[in-house]
Every structure is written in structure tokens, then in C-alpha cells.
Ligand binder design. Structure first.
Ligand code: CP
Length: 297
């Protein structure tokens, strides 16, 4: 794998190989602190991040790399420098990989066609967030052994969610059934053709879920009103304590973060015994180590 730009198109064997490698890291497998010794990994975040940026940084350090943390704030983007000029100038300083987050779908793909080093998509607009999809699948695989025949309900702002797209590709490739649920205005057309079941009725699909993944309502990407009010959205699609009672006893609750507490997910559920949200974050470091190892070989 030269780059990691998305999950779409990856084979089950490719995904499982990455997850196996992450598992070995998590179990304290062979010392990998020399793998990227003397190399630099550049984090290029044109959008804000807490989990993804820090865990790519920790993953790179664990492999012995130095990390260049570039953020748009304070950069020459404010003077009109283009995306390609920015990345070509960063590439000229010699990194072995660029980890890119950008508001425009396809930006990492454009960069990958124009640089010589490895490119990892850390989230591009509403398109994909492949490392998140992998760490979510990894979290479920560790809990269940494998995903075959499991049902994962992904609920909320599907339209604007790159996490939903990467998870749909990743979880279905690993044998799970994915149900995408939300208000009709936040469900783009064509999801069934990607292998998803689609529903607008959360209360009907929740009892079938082995895991439910709540998505953040991305108000910053919504240029118009997609539903009457946030309160209405929370009432119909928020996972509150009463609704969580409808889940199977062993069902898991996930969220990629950051959480709008009290909107898509009630604090008592986010912090409750079903929640694997902080496991997802912890697993992000091992999964991103595996990704960096793979693309920097
Ligand atoms: N899940 C996720 O991408 O979180 P950050 O935006 O904090 O990186």
C-alpha cells in the first residue's frame, strides 16, 4: 500500500492485515522503535483535530520518527498559498509521509498525485476518514473476535459524515451488516447500492443492533436547515438513556468524537457501561502505527 486515501476498494485481506498488525502492536509485539528512526512524518491539518492528530503523532513517535506538526492557523495559507504549493514546500523538507486533513473531499488524492512520499488521508471533507473506520472495526473485532453476521447501526448526520462512509466500507468488507439511520434530509441517495440498509426510524432498528455508532451533528458543514431544530433531532435520533434500554443487553455504544453531549448522545450513555468510546481512542494509536508502517515500507 503506497498511500491510504480511503477504505473503499480495499479488500478484506488488506484490512485484516492492517488490523492484525495493530493487534501485534497493542499486545506489545516486537520492538518497532527503529522502523522510522531518522525519518520525519508531517501532520498537515487544514481542519481542527484532537484525536487523529495526537494519535498519529504518538504512533509516529512509537516507530522512532520525528513529527512535524503543521496547522493552517499561522501558516502562509492566509497569504493565498495554494494546497499544492503548501504540500510541495513541506515535502521539500524531506518527510517520509504526509498525514493530511482537509475540508475538501479529494484533497489527499490530489496531493498523492503530486508528491513522491506516502500520503495518509486523515479526513477529507464529507468523503472518507479511513483511519477512523479501521480503528472502529479494530475495536469491534477485539470485542467480538470477528464481525461476520453482526449488525452495526450508524445514526445521525450521515450526509456530512466521512466516518459513516469509511465505516460502511470497512464494516461491510469484514462481514457486518450496516444500517444507516437518520432524518430523510441527512440520508444521501445511493447508500443501498454501497451495501447499506437505510432507515429513518431509530426505535425500530435499535433492538437489532450489536453496536450503535452515534455521529456528531456537523452543524458547521450545514449551510441550510436539515431539520426543524436541534432539540427535535435529539428527540428523534439522539441515543438517550430510555432509548438505550431498547438495545440488546450486550450491545456496544460508539462515537468517533467529538461528542455533542445531550444532542446525539446522552452523557449517561456516553460514559456508561456499554460505551467503548475511549477504547476507540486508545486503539487509534495502534491502528495508526500499523498504517504508518504499511505506507512507509
Ligand atoms: N474522530 C476524529 O476524527 O476526531 P478529531 O476530529 O478530534 O481528530
Amino acid at each position: 500500500m503506497r498511500h491510504l486515501l480511503g477504505i473503499e476498494g480495499l479488500r478484506r485481506a488488506d484490512i485484516e492485515a492492517l488490523l492484525d498488525r495493530a493487534e501485534a502492536h497493542l499486545r506489545g509485539g516486537p520492538d518497532a522503535s527503529h522502523v522510522l528512526r531518522g525519518k520525519v512524518v508531517a501532520n498537515l491539518f487544514f481542519e481542527d483535530s484532537t484525536r487523529t492528530r495526537t494519535s498519529f503523532e504518538m504512533a509516529a513517535h512509537a516507530l522512532g520518527a520525528e513529527v512535524l506538526n503543521w496547522t493552517m492557523a499561522g501558516s502562509s495559507v492566509s497569504k493565498g498559498e495554494t494546497l499544492l504549493d503548501t504540500v510541495r514546500n513541506i515535502e521539500a523538507t524531506g518527510p517520509v509521509a504526509l498525514v493530511i486533513r482537509h475540508r475538501a473531499a479529494g484533497a489527499p488524492h490530489l496531493v498523492a498525485r503530486n508528491v513522491g512520499c506516502a500520503v495518509i488521508n486523515a479526513g477529507d471533507g464529507t468523503h472518507e476518514h479511513p483511519s477512523q473506520g479501521l480503528l472502529d472495526a479494530f475495536t469491534l473485532r477485539r470485542r467480538w473476535g470477528n464481525l461476520d453476521g453482526r449488525t452495526v447501526v450508524i445514526v445521525g448526520d450521515i450526509l456530512h459524515s466521512r466516518v459513516a462512509r469509511s465505516n460502511l466500507h470497512c464494516l461491510t468488507a469484514l462481514g457486518a451488516k450496516v444500517v444507516l439511520c437518520g432524518p430523510p434530509t441527512l440520508l444521501p441517495p445511493g447508500l443501498e447500492s454501497l451495501g447499506a440498509e437505510v432507515s429513518t426510524r431509530l426505535d425500530e432498528v435499535l433492538p437489532r443492533a450489536d453496536a450503535v455508532m452515534c455521529l456528531r451533528l456537523q452543524l458547521e458543514r450545514q449551510g441550510e436547515n436539515f431539520f426543524p431544530s436541534v432539540r427535535e433531532f435529539a428527540r428523534l435520533y439522539g441515543l438517550n438513556a430510555a432509548r438505550a434500554e431498547r438495545l440488546k443487553p450486550e450491545a456496544l455504544v460508539m462515537h468517533p468524537g467529538p461528542i455533542n453531549r445531550g444532542v446525539e448522545l446522552a452523557p449517561a450513555v456516553a460514559d456508561g457501561s456499554r460505551s467503548v468510546i475511549l477504547e476507540q481512542v486508545a486503539h487509534g494509536v495502534a491502528v495508526r502505527r500499523a498504517i504508518l508502517e504499511e505506507v512507509c515500507r
